[in-house]
Design a protein around this ligand. Structure first.
Ligand code: COA
Length: 129
């Protein structure tokens, strides 16, 4: 079945997102907090029929700054261009430039896409509320 995509997926539910995200990054996902987080980002989703198989989210102030909180593709769907298509759509839809950190194992992916390296990053850690 062909993969189909949804730009600005405002109807993405926390339950469906968590079901997918936890397969890539197992963790303690709080559904209500995740739902609020999803409402604050521009979500682009990839689907195999009714199954969520990939997602990229854009967090942008609309003028000065934007970032990608995460890009995820289910393991069994990798290597078929889904990540590339999600990033192409993110670049098209974002109102601002996007600056984001890369997992070391994803560096080669971003290089393959021809993206320019940006500044190294730092973090201020906070406990989740
Ligand atoms: C990184 C990730 C999104 C890539 O998704 P994908 O759908 O497999 O990527 P694509 O199939 O679109 O790959 C595009 C190109 O990058 C290459 N590529 C993909 N992953 C790569 C990697 N980890 N290292 C080097 N090259 C990679 C592909 O071979 C392909 O090259 P081609 O165009 O010459 O065929 C996916 O592996 C993933 O979800 N990883 C776990 C979560 C993660 O690390 N996200 C990024 C956080 S910074």
């Amino acid at each position: 079945m062909a993969i189909w995509y949804k730009n600005e997926d405002n109807s993405l539910s926390a339950a469906v997102f968590i079901q997918m995200a936890a397969q890539v990054w197992p963790g303690d996902y709080q559904p209500q907090a995740i739902q609020r987080a999803l409402q604050r980002t521009i979500n682009i989703t990839a689907w195999d029929g009714g199954k969520l198989v990939g997602c990229v989210r854009i967090l942008s102030d609309g003028y000065l700054f934007g970032t990608i909180p995460e890009l995820l593709v289910l393991k069994e769907y990798r290597g078929q261009g889904i990540g590339r298509e999600l990033m192409r759509r993110a670049a098209e839809l974002s109102p601002t430039s996007l600056y984001f950190g890369a997992q070391p194992e994803a560096m080669g992916f971003y290089e393959k896409l021809g993206l320019q390296p940006s500044l190294p990053s730092f973090q201020i850690k906070k406990k989740r509320q």
